[in-house]
Design a protein around this ligand. Sequence first.
Ligand SMILES: N=CN[C@@H](CCC(=O)O)C(=O)O
Ligand SMILES: [Zn+2]
Length: 444
Amino acid sequence: MAASKMTGEYLLRIRNAKQVVQICRNRQLMLKGSEMKNIAVVDRTDNSGVSIIVDNAGIIADVCLDIDADIKYSGVTFRRNIDATGKCVIPGLVDAHTHPVWAGDRVHEFAMKLAGATYLEVHEKGGGIHHTVDKTHEATKDYLLSLFMNRLRKMLRHGTTLLEAKSGYGLDTQNEIKMLEVIESGKSAQPIEISSTYCGAHTIPKSMSLQEASNDVIANQIPALKELIYKGELNIDNIDVFCEKGVFDIVETRKILKAGVDIGLNINFHGDELNPTNSAELAAELNSCAVSHLEEISPEGIQAIAKSSTIAILLPTTAYILRLKRPPARLMLEKGVAIALGSDFNPNAYCMNMPMVMHLACVLLNLSMEEALVASTINAAAALKKSDKHGSLEPGKYANLLILAAERWEHLIYQFGETDSMIETVVIRGCVVYESNNSSTHQF
Ligand SMILES: N=CN[C@@H](CCC(=O)O)C(=O)O
Ligand SMILES: [Zn+2]
């Protein structure tokens, strides 16, 4: 039977691509363990390139050969046509873990760490997160927003189309709200979609005990956020805690995460990073969307998250910069864990480039390039509960995609640090939001 012909006005057609990397084809919401090895790719044939058709709402209508699209969409006018001869197309990248709102920097601490100081030694001396908290308290909302927007601009150029963004350098009600409001303003001022995370339990304020800090988060900060969410003044998606020896222990972490769930937030927290804390086990117990770091995950923790729907977010930049033991990524995959990647952009790990993160994941954590791409697309979107619309190039999903100046997608990972020349075009919801050779499309 002949395919039915479509008519009307559509947003975009990309044609003549060498390869379109779909990632999934059957609307899977995440890929676990060995499923991450295989990705769906449409390659050009001898007589036809590959097309992506985007409808008027910015949703993918089709991924098919040009010869089929020429017939099926002959009655359609496209607002924009892009010739992708010799290029390939992949989904927009998803950065599942970032701390993008802060003032000051910690370059002096990088020098200390290079000279042998550990992350916790710097932190215990009042540096680390405490240093950034002081600088972020001093900064105005406008200044924080201008820094945030600059960072978002760079992330977009590096191919990020969906991002998780944490607060956590406020540590009191007023300053945590200030950070979350900056994230909220960033959402509406540019095209990258943002999932925002309240991280008031990022560390214990210098003037407080563990118990006092935990009580403040549960009795003051979370109720204040609940009120703002209820009034429609703030949207927050996730709750985070830094579960670590000398920071929040497992007992207080559990209490805080549950208090977040009670106001409708998804659990997405830091754990098993510098010391084993049974965070992965807690993540599975609480049905968390995600748990990050996991350098010190236990064998029981691996089993627990493999059986759950919790995504393990690995952060190769942090393990690299801090010279930490690496998370046992291969063992996790063997046991069936769904892995995602994040840049962990923060003043300790100054990297917001997901192609570099994927490269590090391949070299340091022994992921294959396919696994690294899955971890930076569908699984990273799943960690944010957004893989129904993000993370793969399938009909019905947002047309968030990258056109690469390469005939094989793997060049994006292989050419370490060449992101700027590799990513030619970034499309979000069917609109071109960045073109490396056209500054007029740099919209914000
Ligand atoms: N480990 C806790 N939080 C961050 C670091 C934040 C900071 O050092 O400012 C992380 O994910 O690496
Ligand atoms: Zn972090």
